[in-house]
Design a protein around this ligand. Structure first.
Ligand code: CMC
Length: 478
């Protein structure tokens, strides 16, 4: 149905020249960024809508899997009608070939590959490649991809003083929003989003630099010297090295922890059209540059109902403290007059066990075993899960543990401060944000995002000079 949109501009000459530099984006044919293939949308039928004696046929669309979708585009021009869907619970905002979720069945697949398979058998770099390019890489493609990402791990030296403008006790997400948005002030050669090569360059830069920014902000907050990336290390290893090593002592990355970190990143890499990804798409729809769009995604991820939940879970478990306090917490979570929620429970799309949470729980046990940690929080978490999953309230509302439920316990065991948890989510999710952003730019149906509203404010009224204005109540009476 959809036509592939030709790239708006050939690759920029500026980045093609630069003879002295090693390659900054891959040039081989196998590594070229393919345009998004969004052609698998079919019209499977139609639905009739009658309103004020007028009838309209609306197409019902279907992709390769998932819900059938009513194409409401003719509603406003032909009927003068808008649709109302706060929180977009029934709205498909785009076509996408990246991630498929079946919330009832607890299925999550990237480009057709099951998340458990990717987490068990793949690695994060492979998943990044898959999200961006649509296929798993061959050994050569993977080596080239990793080499190119490595090439971009360092930050412009002036980013460091920028970091130092923050208070040391700043929340790492505040720092990350600022620094990532600020990258657009440093990398002018990758701001033209109509140039496919510049799009790839900014994409590689972001994937490469996010761990460096995250580690830097941690080092800054605890007053330790920044540790530069070591490009012989794998992505997750490098991140652990930059976060935990100090110049005065040797640091050998524990392979079990590196594997766990890599798996956590895979589990967070993409999740279809969630709040932060939709924000990235919305920001990108206006033509904003990649760095600005990803900063917008980071801001959205920060909230406790989204990525901030991993931090909130740990706070909740600490507050619960002991298994004996769980019944009271469950009572509060069920009380309609109390807005308390069990953090790490429930999901807009999953009405079954979040498949990511299952892998996360297993990883949690592996990490605690490796480190010889007997964390009482794990006992509280497991008992909380057990009690909640046998309680009619949670069963009826289909509230299951989500990806954030166990991740905090792992990260804490690995030595990450709680404040850093959401930032780690952002590091991993950058791959998905970028893949989704790139797909949107290349989608011929893409338009600037511009939702409408049901206006419930005042009707037209006369301007009141300031000298004649009283209280709000009087004003209404005028
Ligand atoms: N604890 C207790 N009750 C809950 C919870 C919870 N965690 N989540 C939902 N409910 C209840 C809610 O009160 C509502 O009850 P009622 O129908 O009686 O009003 C019902 O379940 C449906 O909830 P909702 O708020 O309409 O569902 P939603 O789809 O808008 O919200 C959610 C999804 C994830 C924001 C929500 O489940 C929640 O707040 N969970 C806790 C925060 C959390 O763990 N977030 C991480 C999500 S996964 C990581 C990510 O991808 O960001």
């Amino acid at each position: 149905m959809a036509q592939k949109k030709p790239a708006k501009k050939p690759a920029s000459k500026a980045t093609k020249k630069s003879p002295a530099k090693p390659k900054i984006v891959p040039k081989s044919k196998s590594m070229a960024a393919p345009l998004a293939d969004l052609s698998h949308v079919e019209v499977e039928g139609s639905a009739k809508l009658t309103y004020k004696g007028k009838e309209i046929d609306l197409k019902v669309l279907h992709g390769t899997e998932g819900h059938s979708t009513l194409d409401i585009r003719p509603l406003l021009p032909q009927f003068g009608l808008l649709t109302y869907d706060p929180g977009f619970g029934s709205t498909a905002n785009c076509r996408s070939a990246i991630t498929f979720i079946d919330g009832d069945e607890g299925i999550l697949r990237h480009r057709g590959y099951d998340i458990a398979d990717l987490a068990e058998r793949g690695d994060f770099m492979e998943v990044c490649y898959l999200l961006l390019h649509g296929e798993l890489p061959t050994p050569q493609e993977k080596a080239e991809f990793e080499q190119t990402v490595c090439y971009h791990t360092m930050l412009h030296e002036q980013v460091y003083p920028m970091m130092e403008g923050y208070r040391r006790d700043a929340h790492p997400m505040a720092v990350m929003v600022g620094i990532v948005g600020g990258l657009s002030a440093f990398y002018h050669d990758s701001l033209d989003i109509s140039d496919p090569e510049q799009r790839m360059l900014s994409s590689y830069r972001l994937i490469a630099k996010m761990p460096t920014i995250a580690a830097m902000s941690h080092k800054y907050s605890i007053g330790q010297p920044y540790v530069y990336p070591q490009n012989h290390l794998k992505y997750a290893e490098n991140f652990l090295h930059m976060t935990f090593s100090v110049p005065s002592e040797p640091y050998i990355v524990n392979p079990v922890l590196a594997k766990a970190m890599d798996r956590i990143m895979i589990l967070h890499a993409d999740h279809e059209q969630n709040a932060s990804t939709s924000t990235v798409r919305l920001a990108g729809s206006s033509g904003a540059n990649t760095y600005a769009c990803i900063a917008a995604g980071i801001a959205t991820l920060w909230g406790p109902l989204h990525g901030g939940a991993n931090e909130a879970v740990l706070q909740m478990l600490a507050e619960i403290g002991s298994v004996k306090n769980i019944p009271n917490i469950i009572r509060r979570a069920k009380d309609k007059n109390d807005n308390y929620r069990l953090m790490g429970f429930g999901h807009r799309v999953y009405k079954n066990y979040d498949p990511r949470a299952q892998v996360m729980k297993k990883t949690c046990e592996e990490v605690l075993r490796e480190l010889g940690i007997n964390d009482p929080m794990l006992d509280v978490a497991m008992e909380l899960e057990h009690i909640a999953l046998s309680d009619p309230y949670f069963i009826e509302k289909k509230l299951y543990p989500n990806v954030d439920f166990y991740s905090g316990i792992i990260l804490r065991a690995m030595g990450f401060p709680t404040k850093m948890f959401t930032m780690l989510f952002a590091v991993a999710r950058t791959a998905g944000w970028i893949a989704q952003w790139k797909e949107m730019i290349e989608d011929s149906e893409q338009r600037i995002g511009r939702p409408r509203q049901i206006y419930v404010g005042e009707n037209k009224r006369k301007y009141v000079p300031i000298s004649q204005r009283g209280s709000a109540a009087k004003l209404r009476a005028v």
